[in-house]
Design a protein. Sequence first.
Lengths: 336, 344
Amino acid sequence: MGKEALLRVENLTLSLKTREGEIVPVREVSFSLSKGEAVGLVGESGSGKTLTGLSLLGLFPPGSRIAGGSIFFDGEDLLALPEGRLRTIRGQKVSMVFQEPQSALNPVLTVETQIREIYQSHTPLSGEEISRRILEGLRAAGLPDPLTVSRSYPHQLSGGMRQRVMIAMALALDPLLVIADEPTTALDPTVALQILALLARIRQRSGQSLLFISHDLSHVRRVSDRVLLMYAGRIVEEAPSARFFSLGPRHPYGRALLASRPEGGILTRKEAPLQAIGGQVPPLWDLPPGCSFAPRCSRADALCTSTLPPWNGGEGERVFCHHPDESPLGAPVHAA
Amino acid sequence: MRPDLPLLQAESLSREFDLPGGGIFARKRRLEAVSEVSFSIGRQEVLGLVGESGSGKTTIGRMVMRLLPPTRGRILFDGVDLTALSGRALRAQRRRFQMVFQDPYASLNPRMRVREIVEEPLVVHGIEPDSSSRRDRVARLLERVGLSSRDMERLPREFSGGGRQRIGIARAIACGPELLVADEPIASLDLSMGAQIINLFSSLVDTDAMSLLFISHDIPMVRYLSDRVAVLYRGRIVESGPTRDVLDDPRHPYTRLLAEGTLPEAGEAAPSNAGSEPGPTGLCAFLPRCDRALPECRLAPPPRLSEGEVREVLCHLPRGESSWSPVTLLSQGSPSDVPATPSR
């Protein structure tokens, strides 16, 4: 990693009070993000990926507390900042695109009013200048008729258009980092691909860093330079996208995820069953003592069930596993 | 049972909905969510129904389930016209076709135990009136879907999404249906659960001889599971045929987009219902997004063409090719002088 780190998360651990007792949904999470880099954070629901993303905005759900670690962003320790300063950073330096634009947008305000608010609370720009930038931003987000869109209410727009509006809002103040949490999940497949292309194009042009949170491996593959794989609250593998998708993940969980999709090589049900991962993600209040994936892992032995794995490898390419799978991937994985 | 017929035949199904608005004197605005849709599902066959949201795929699933009456058209199940049945006669047929819903969190009664959920259809249809043999049957059903008979007295909330979907499938197959309709059955499940559920559907078809209408926007999964596929766009089937043929050699430009998963950086399409009100022109609904449009696309509605009676496409493009010829349907209402006989 020659480039300057914009973000450095170190041993971030978050605990959360639930009915089942105190759980740790994010555990010893460390990673960094360079300027202009796109990193995909992959995991299933409950893996901690969304909470990790929110913590970068200094947003923590009720009942949660930071049990350890630090987040350095653009030279500042986010966890030590007062709320006022955090709010400035949240608007101007880091922004977020959410999964469901229909619930993230205010239904009773026009698009223009909502974007105008962002400029008014963060910049001294004149009303006229703000209007100009709103239209420019909507156009840059791939909305061909920005004037009509700006006068619309969210319900008058399609899902894809709403997501483009969200992206225009996230980019309004030209932030250093955009966090996109499942931005394509609620969209139709063809629209999702357009949004991915838009994210890639924007990043190319303005050099933002992108943290792309998703459970869809084919989408992560399209936009990310690097992949972080999470399981049961921990990062279990970090690898350059090219390595992860062509040679294959080294963590058996990543391997199994790729193989469980038909893109992994099996073409029809007549040929073979999908290689499903048996069992299910363990509940966070009842994690096994060793590796969390061990109960579902085909490579697990006594060591895995009793002892936490070590990190194999260094920053940028590492795996949290006693027995990483170093064999190159069998069948080529084609993009879906 | 009529083994000579496809298990299910949908003939020219249409469904309109009233739109809000319109006054005493204004004409009521109507939305045609599904237009002239015809398809069939053979025994032990999987038909994949793909399309974007607003394309009408859920409406079609609900019409097939007889949860929603079609505005026009017929649904023949094993040769019996379901749209003409009601009351007792319909109830007698219902056990033969069952639905698996998208959201296993919303479709199971949270206060009912697994045993009660799975045995309810058995009770309703009067199958296994003896409670101990019913209990045995529930145990077998749970084991069939990968759960255990020990799960009988548990509540849905004690299960993950995948576990709940298994309960929903056990309920759906309780009466031994011949057809399952599954509307996005893995869309709300975790990544590692999807493959387990798809494998379960495969074995219900290939081992237990059920037929499946698999409604999904997950193209790789549709390719994996379906024998044939029908592609919906704005309420019409724009292409259908054997899955491999359609997805490996798509003939409709929209299918091409779906199958290749690559898109030109185009602007956003109009909101999905804007174009589906019955227009005066009847021109191709995909025209505004089409990058291969011909001059005739702007002049005349797209023809329905077929190749070898197994593939169909609603598009002008293959018209010049000798292997593709026009299809005539009973209620197509086209000003054609060809005798109106069904071609299939």
